[in-house]
Design a protein around this ligand. Structure first.
Ligand SMILES: Cc1cc2nc3c(=O)[nH]c(=O)nc-3n(C[C@H](O)[C@H](O)[C@H](O)COP(=O)(O)OP(=O)(O)OC[C@H]3O[C@@H](n4cnc5c(N)ncnc54)[C@H](O)[C@@H]3O)c2cc1C
Length: 636
């Protein structure tokens, strides 16, 4: 990679939009290297980025457990887990730098869990047979973000990063085919601002909230990526959505958010449904031999730790067949009793208690479970009003993560020169299904270790470029078009709230482009979303004015973008006549109900180009597998 010398770095300005794990780590590292950085987020503090919510852990190929892990195995697991729809080179680099991430975070003081002897501890996540997940109780994202945030704050304190909180990027400014800045709205005053940068980085997160209900933070949205898309950045594999198997089930139509129960719980929780249809008994009254541990039955090699797409579909299959539990019958059990007893037995031995009875084992095991998962159990109890130490948790799949995102090359650059996408905002590493604990790894890899190197390749050719004055006609035009859209929202004065349209969109997406899709449903969904877009632009009601704090106006912009994205997701899903990972087309499945890929025709990344009038043109990046033999995925 070409380099930029230290003196030249001081005169190069970089805009980083986003202060989650990807954005904060990139901004801090680039400033540390000497670049002048401006960082933007819409929350009131970088610490409130959605990354703070991540619970379970972060993967790294350290092989501390001596259980056969290696860079190659992490690479292999990730390609296979993504159902052979990701680019080998990027994934291999991710596996390589994974080990440095842990060293970096430990050096920052991130309190990752340790074993008694002081070594870093690991647990298992889905889709692997090794223990490579590092964690900090059930708050891994929070602790990692505090590390990245501290590094960022240090640079802010030294004047090398200028931080713009409560600012929302509403457009990217492209001058002579290069990204040269952004238009951002100050969310407190409503003022529009122009900002110049030699390069613009988007670490703006995922777009799961297109489904309205998801485990994402309420504010997570696609606007930054979508504006970039409309300015020429291709959108990669938009239909690849991850539905996470272990979420608290929907309880009614009053909800605006769903809650994840971390995948780490599948280390010790066993998933089951009654063997009898519509069984009215409560879980504790159903004897062992009348329970169907369907994941252990169908996938003996990986059991409860099959990847998320496989576990989600299996839960749906059981519920659709009439074996669901709870009032809605759209739930399965996640049961800790067996492992609580197992831990209790070990504790009893440690305490020299021989032949402990069941009660003693459960009492001693309870303490172990509290230590491992206490905060998650508390969260479940607070939300459901049930005690998960006494009754199994009820869980059901919910939208969680988006593998699709802005298309990027090996250097993480989009199809607009000088515009980069990092973390969940890009499509890069997870193919059609992300393995658990790999998003934090990717966000930090991109920010700490990838972009600091690869950006030199572009910026080394920009050292002679002087800052472009903010009254340049392209800045003026970009701001004017943002203002026109904001004014339009206020002027419609329709009868329906923004949330009304968002909920409608979410329902269409969940029913027709969710866990299972088919050509008929997708065709209907496209027509319904087109109609919804028309209704939105003629009947939405946004109160207040543009030049003030106006959360409804913020939401209107985000939902307008979600509606266009939703259509593209359905078009992409309809185009992909195969099943792979999280994209399950009902027409393409094996006799056993597993996803049936078509490598002959679809081993490509679908990179969509936006065209005037909300139209999309497909470009294909053919995937070549040179280090891994492409095969039917099996977890048996
Ligand atoms: C409940 C939950 C638990 C999870 N647990 C795990 C886990 O255990 N392990 C794991 O690997 N992954 C986990 N994930 C996934 C992981 O948390 C995310 O993929 C990851 O944190 C995304 O990081 P990011 O930096 O890309 O984006 P985010 O953390 O979403 O940050 C986005 C940033 O962009 C800013 N932004 C967005 N749009 C704009 C705009 N227009 N203008 C200005 N700023 C903008 C936001 O303010 C924010 O600062 C979990 C996800 C959820 C929902």
């Amino acid at each position: 990679m070409p380099l930029v010398n230290p003196a030249n770095k001081r005169s190069i300005e970089i805009i980083v939009v986003g202060s989650g794990l990807a954005g904060a780590s990139a901004a801090a590292t680039l400033a540390e290297m000497g670049y002048k950085v401006k960082c933007f987020c819409f929350q009131d503090s970088p610490r409130r980025a959605h990354s703070i919510a991540a619970q379970g852990g972060i993967n790294a190929a350290k092989n501390y457990q001596n259980d056969g892990d290696s860079v190659y195995r992490l690479f292999y697991d990730t390609i296979k887990g993504g159902d052979y729809r990701s680019r080998e080179a990027n994934v291999h680099r991710l596996a390589e730098v994974s080990t440095s991430i842990i060293d970096q975070c430990v050096a920052q003081g991130v309190p990752l869990a340790r074993e008694y002897g002081g070594l870093l501890d690991n647990r298992s996540f889905g889709g692997t047979q090794v223990q490579r997940t590092f964690y900090a109780a059930g708050q891994t994202g929070q602790q990692l973000l505090l590390g990245a945030y501290s590094a960022l704050e240090r640079q802010i304190g030294m004047g090398k990063v200028e931080m713009f909180t409560r600012h929302e990027m509403l457009d990217v400014v492209v001058i002579e085919n290069k990204a040269r800045g952004i238009i951002a709205r100050n969310l407190i005053t409503g003022e529009l601002e122009r900002h110049f940068g030699h390069a613009v980085l988007l670490g703006t997160g995922g777009y799961g909230n297109v489904f309205y209900l998801s485990t994402n933070a309420m504010g997570s949205n696609v606007t930054a990526a979508w504006k970039a898309h409309k300015k020429g950045a291709f959108f990669g594999n938009p239909c690849f959505t991850q539905i996470h198997p272990t979420c608290i089930p929907v309880s009614g139509d009053h909800q605006s958010k769903l809650t994840l129960m971390s995948e780490s719980l599948r280390n010790d929780g066993r998933i089951w449904v009654p063997k009898k249809k519509d069984d009215p008994r409560i879980a504790s009254d159903i004897p062992e031999d009348e329970r169907d541990y369907y994941l252990e039955r169908r996938y003996p090699a990986f059991g409860n730790l099959v990847p998320r797409d496989v576990a989600s579909r299996a839960a749906k299959e059981r519920c659709d067949a009439g074996y669901g539990v709870g009032k809605s019958k759209l739930a399965v059990y996640l049961d800790f009793a067996a492992n609580t007893e197992r831990y209790g037995r070990i504790e009893a031995t440690k305490h020299n208690i021989h032949n402990p009875d069941h009660e003693t084992c459960m009492r001693l095991g309870h303490a172990v479970i509290v230590e491992k998962y206490g905060n998650l159990f508390d969260m479940y109890a607070q939300i459901t009003g049930e005690d998960p130490y006494k009754l199994p948790m009820r869980i059901y799949p919910a939208v969680h993560y988006t593998m699709g995102g802005l298309w990027v090359d090996y250097n993480l650059m989009t199809t607009i020169p000088g515009l980069y996408a990092l973390g969940e905002a890009n499509f890069s590493d997870h193919g059609a299904n992300r393995l658990g604990a790999s998003a934090l790894m990717q966000g930090l890899a991109d920010g700490y270790f990838v972009i600091p190197y690869t950006i030199g390749s572009y910026l080394s050719k920009e050292i002679a470029t002087k800052p472009i004055p903010l009254d340049h006609p392209d800045f003026v035009a970009a701001e004017a078009s943002v203002k026109a859209i904001l004014d339009k929202f206020i002027s419609i004065k329709g009868t329906k709230s923004v949330d009304f349209f968002h909920k409608k969109l979410g329902l269409i997406m969940w029913e027709k482009c969710g866990m299972a899709r088919n050509a008929k449903g997708l065709t209907e969904a496209i027509a319904e979303i087109q109609q919804l877009r028309k209704d939105f632009w003629s009947d939405v009601r946004v109160p207040g004015v543009v030049n003030e704090f106006n959360p409804e106006l913020e939401k209107a912009g985000r939902v307008a973008d979600f509606i266009e994205l939703g259509e593209l997701m359905c078009i992409d899903a309809l185009n992909r006549n195969e099943s792979c990972g999280g994209h399950f087309r009902e027409e393409y499945q094996t006799e056993e109900g597993e996803a049936l890929r078509d490598d002959e025709d679809y081993a490509y990344v679908a990179a969509w180009e936006f065209q005037e009038g909300v139209k999309f043109e497909l470009h294909k990046e053919q995937l070549k597998f040179e280090n891994i033999k492409i095969a039917q995925r099996s977890y048996k």
